[in-house]
Structures are given as C-alpha cells and as structure tokens.
Design a protein around this ligand. Structure first.
Ligand SMILES: [Zn+2]
Length: 103
C-alpha cells in the first residue's frame, strides 16, 4: 500500500488511523440578472470569443467548476475549519438559518 500523508503538513497517516477529508467544490453561479449596460466598458462579443478560443479549455473549465479532496490530519482539519470560518480577510458570513444556501 502506498504511504498516506496529510496534504497540508505532510505527517504520515497510517492506514487504520482516523483521517479527515475535505471535499471542495468551487463553481460559478449566475443570479439571472442581466444588467442593461449602455457603457462601452464591456469588451465587444468578438473580442470575448477570441479570448475564449485562445484560452486553455482546462483553465476555462476550472473557472466554471473545480472539485478536489484534501486528506488531512486532525490538527490540520481543525486549522482548516477555523481558517475557513475565520480567514484573514474576515470571516465568511455563513448563514445561520435555513433557506440561504442556493445549491
Ligand atoms: Zn496535517
């Protein structure tokens, strides 16, 4: 069996021991609101299409949807959860009640 390690600190996680998995899904969302913009600040459609054609399809896909799993030890799990809830920019405003999460 291949050696298993915490993906954050690198400590060995022997088989049979408790590990923590963090499934991360990051995806683009659209609220359905299309703003009527008369300003010329938006690039023309042809330019956008050109940028899309030149971009790496994998990068474009990642921009829309990315999913990965972290394998963590207990200590890194605790830190990960704390940092997610209290990042340096300020805490995420996690909804307290039901009905706020769309997906
Ligand atoms: Zn760790």
């Amino acid at each position: 069996m291949e050696k298993r390690e915490c993906m954050r600190c690198g400590v060995e996680l022997p088989y049979g021991s408790l590990i923590y998995l963090a499934n991360i899904r990051v995806f683009a969302d659209f609220d359905g609101v299309i703003l009527d913009s008369e300003e010329e600040s938006d690039p023309p459609l042809e330019q956008l299409l050109e940028q899309i054609q030149e971009a790496d399809p994998k990068d474009l896909e990642k921009e829309v949807y990315e999913e990965f799993t972290l394998v963590l030890c207990k200590s890194c799990r605790d830190r990960f959860v704390h940092e997610t809830q209290h990042p340096w920019e300020g805490s995420f405003r996690l909804p307290k009640g039901p009905g706020r999460i769309l997906h």
